[in-house]
Design a protein around this ligand. Structure first.
Ligand SMILES: CC(C)(COP(=O)(O)OP(=O)(O)OC[C@H]1O[C@@H](n2cnc3c(N)ncnc32)[C@H](O)[C@@H]1OP(=O)(O)O)[C@@H](O)C(=O)NCCC(=O)NCCS
Length: 297
């Protein structure tokens, strides 16, 4: 059995996002560890209200270790699955190797188990950390091919700006009312990460297509990368690609394209993180998958 963590001089806090100074201490921990600014969420809808953060703080209020669970409902093979995601896992260098992370992981896993989540999901560059808790790596695939033929009139398209309050309101409405982008494997909601991922990567473009769907995409001059499409119904790829009007030579879809009227051969996706899951629901995945980059967490 693992030894007790060395928590001398530290205070354990759970569900602390309601305390602005504790939230800001987590922002600092993640800025110092990963060079990301999660306080950008304050410009959109704030931190995910389903978050279940577990953290150790020192007597000055500095967050020295954290691991958070959150609710991340998924559709897997057409069924709604109550999944828990795990994120914001970090320990300050001077506090590592004392069992703090193990302690926080065990607390978070016990909490989501007690709350009845049926699947656990995370992304990591250190799969060995989680294999001992029964997580398995699921390979991811992109779906690539020449653009589909365009048929009919071009749907209207308009670029959205994360700096425009009206566009942010529209984005929020579309994400709240979105249909899952795939029946095989997709998030059901997740507004916070969509916005944060769009902020983190300046190459990501957001376009409103047919007045109903926000499309997240990248274009390198030859290949159109379709990252996500959020709206009450999923448009066919032919409508999306013609509305973007990019004259691409190739399209790469970064989620299972089963709702796009476009069937393509999957190619292994080489990301720097592994997608890991545990729970019986993962056994029902039917075919190659990819978690949309806009849902990465
Ligand atoms: C990875 C990290 C969170 C570990 O924190 P820690 O408090 O030193 O970890 P602990 O002392 O609680 O060790 C927990 C277990 O993880 C193992 N472990 C620690 N670092 C590891 C690593 N880089 N890879 C694989 N296993 C690791 C330990 O051996 C220990 O195993 P045990 O439970 O069998 O004894 C910390 O090094 C860190 O913040 N790294 C940078 C950010 C990061 O990578 N976060 C994880 C994102 S998925």
């Amino acid at each position: 059995m693992a030894s007790k963590p060395d928590t001398e001089g530290l205070f354990l806090r759970q569900d602390y996002f309601g305390d602005p100074s504790a939230w800001s201490a987590l922002v600092d921990l993640l800025q110092d560890t990963f060079s990301i600014d999660i306080s950008l969420q304050d410009q959109f809808c704030g931190p995910d209200p389903s978050s279940m953060p577990f953290g150790y703080f020192d007597e000055t209020g500095r967050c020295v270790a954290n691991f958070s669970a959150f609710s991340m409902p998924l559709v897997i093979n057409g069924r709604l699955v109550r999944a828990a995601g795990y994120q914001s896992g970090a320990v300050r260098p001077e506090w590592r190797g004392r069992g703090l992370y193990r302690d926080l992981m065990q607390r978070a896993f016990a909490r989501t188990k007690a709350e009845g989540f049926e699947l656990d999901i995370l992304l990591t560059d250190k799969p060995a950390l989680y294999e001992r808790y029964g997580f398995r790596t699921f390979p991811q695939y992109v779906f690539a091919g020449p653009p589909p033929e365009t048929a009919g009139p071009l749907p209207p398209a308009r670029r959205l700006s994360l700096q425009d309050p009206g566009d942010l309101r529209l984005l929020k409405t579309l994400l709240q009312n979105r249909a899952p982008v795939s029946r095989r494997f997709a998030v059901v909601g997740q507004m916070e990460m969509f916005h944060l991922n769009a902020c983190f990567d300046p190459d990501i473009r957001l376009t409103l297509v047919a007045d109903t769907t926000v499309v997240a995409w990248k274009f390198d001059g030859g290949t159109l990368r379709l990252l996500d499409a959020a709206g009450p119904a999923i448009l066919p790829l032919a409508a999306i690609s013609s509305a973007l009007d990019l004259r691409s030579e190739r399209i790469e879809v970064c989620f299972p394209p089963d709702r796009l009227d476009w069937d393509r051969t999957p190619a292994p996706y080489q990301g720097y993180t592994s997608l890991m899951m545990r729970g019986d629901a993962a056994d029902h995945i039917d075919g190659p998958i990819m978690l949309s980059p806009m849902a990465e967490f």
